[in-house]
Design a protein around this ligand. Structure first.
Ligand code: MN
Length: 499
């Protein structure tokens, strides 16, 4: 993944000329100190850059325009140490295209009881200065995150960091290219959607490429490159004996490596950040890409099976958001249920393509038949995923808008071994409980494909949805069906009246 430290969030402090030079100097000093402190905090994934205090409509407009046109700037953090009359902000906020965080903090944590005087009060007035700013942002109906608390408090820094990670994912989507090998799996509804609207709304493009073009690149892969990748398989994973060098199925491992290298070469040449494929369109390919898609995902590419470009793009964004965090993110599908009344579980998996970034143990490289697609047995990585808090996220196209649905889950260790299951898998319990979680997901129209995350939280996804300006629905610990149904009805009404 790319280094998030190349990205910047600009720390912009609002004020006005009214206070005079001495106060403005102090405002600048305090703001610099806050920006530096946040920048240096190990929880912060990007650079925080202090910008000179803005005191006029012209300065505010200028910094917003510069933020828009600076590729490394992924968002603005605004803070009003003093009062900054908010009509001054209209021009700048009107053109601002980058995500906005409003840090509602105060330089001094405590009231200095014995020494507080009117000078102190005039300098430390974010309690009302930030309200004036907040009114204008609300009046302009702009999405933003408001983080409240003292800037040295770890909860505040963490909440800022979550927003920054969402902004990094959002930034990654702008002008991103996603590639489709073949179309959707025929007749499938939820993986369809409006690609024109997606490009307008999300900033990424989705275009199709002939499978023959990919096959040509695969066929150009050299024997020595295949040898290197096969050696890597043997080094990193436990390779089944028949697939190893000298084994009677080694040829199939080499074929899988060839597909992987060819796909990587194709994706690199086209500067793609993710892709889709489909088992219904593999003309000229020997196997459905299994280990190829798994390893490409682990490198950071988005992936969606059966033409699912929305999930491919989402998986990519989630991987960018989670850069450097412990745990992984994968394409996922709700596959099979365990309806034991005392221990209800979902088994998540796919035909092949689960990302080894979520593996709990050393994956094994195996080859097994695949019931569909009519191709040779595909090579794949088989493993169990780790236990712990996780979430599933799905973007669906509701016709007049996109909806992001998030279900918080807790992953559990397998209760039994699954000796005959030839795919990577994960078991989880949806929140608030199996029945409510699944019913809510189905009522919301959530897809069977998701982005599964071990290291992002609902807060990351909510911030991301707000940056995109799309509907967000959380199915979490406190959800109940009565509220969910009402939210769906009310959201439906809301999106009929807004664009
Ligand atoms: Mn699928």
């Amino acid at each position: 993944m790319e280094d998030l430290k190349k990205l910047e969030v600009w720390f912009v402090t609002g004020s006005q000329h009214l206070y005079g030079e001495e106060t403005l100097k102090q405002v600048a000093e305090h703001s610099t100190q806050i920006a530096r402190s946040i920048d240096k905090d190990p929880a912060i994934p990007v650079r925080v850059v202090f910008k000179p205090v803005v005191k006029s409509p012209e300065e505010i407009y200028q910094v917003c325009v510069e933020a828009n046109t600076t590729p490394t700037c992924i968002g603005i953090m605004a803070w009003m140490h003093t009062f900054s009359p908010a009509k001054m902000w209209i021009g700048g906020l009107k053109v601002l295209q980058k995500p906005l965080l409003h840090l509602h903090t105060q330089f001094n944590r405590d009231i200095p009881w014995s020494s507080i005087d009117m000078d102190f009060m005039n300098l430390n007035q974010s309690a009302h200065g930030d309200r004036e700013f907040g009114f204008m942002v609300s009046r302009m109906r702009m999405n933003r995150k408001v983080v409240v608390g003292h800037w040295q408090e770890s909860q505040v820094v963490n909440s800022v960091s979550v927003w920054m990670r969402a902004a990094a994912g959002w930034n990654d989507w702008q002008n991103a290219r996603f590639c489709r090998f073949g179309d959707n799996m025929r007749q499938v509804a939820v993986t369809e959607g409006d690609k024109v609207e997606a490009e307008l709304k999300f900033g990424y493009s989705v275009n199709g490429y002939g499978i023959g073009d990919l096959v040509k690149v695969i066929n150009d892969v050299s024997d020595s490159a295949i040898g290197q990748t096969v050696a890597e398989y043997e080094e990193i994973y436990t390779v089944q004996a028949p697939l190893r060098k000298g084994g009677d199925r080694h040829k199939e491992l080499r074929e899988a490596a060839k597909i992987e290298i060819g796909m990587r070469n194709f994706l690199k040449a086209g500067n793609f950040k993710g892709y889709t494929d489909t088992f219904e369109d593999l003309h000229g390919m020997v196997q459905l890409p299994g280990i190829a898609s798994q390893r490409l995902m682990a490198e950071g590419y988005g992936f969606g099976g059966e033409g699912d470009w929305k999930t491919s793009a989402l998986v990519r964004a989630m991987k960018v958001m989670a850069t450097g965090l412990k745990g992984g993110n994968s394409f996922m599908e709700d596959y099979t249920y365990h309806f034991d009344p005392n221990n209800q579980l979902v088994l998540g998996s796919h035909m092949l393509e689960i990302c080894p970034s979520i593996a709990n143990d050393k994956p094994t490289v195996e080859v097994h038949p695949l019931g569909i697609g009519g191709k040779a047995d595909p090579v794949r990585l088989v493993f169990n995923a780790g236990s712990g808090p996780a979430l599933n996220a799905s973007i669906v196209d509701m016709g007049n808008r996109f909806r992001l649905i998030v279900n918080e889950v807790v992953a559990v260790d397998p209760i039994e071994s699954l000796p005959k299951l030839p795919v990577a898998r994960v078991l989880w319990k949806p929140y608030p409980d199996m029945k409510t979680g699944c019913a809510a997901w189905i009522l919301a129209g959530g897809a069977h494909h998701t982005g599964y995350s071990q290291n992002l939280t609902a807060e990351h996804m909510e911030d991301f949805a707000e940056m995109a300006g799309i509907e967000y629905l959380l199915i979490g610990k406190n959800s109940n069906l009565y509220d969910i149904k009402n939210q769906l009805r009310w959201n439906d009404l809301y999106y009929r009246h807004s664009i």
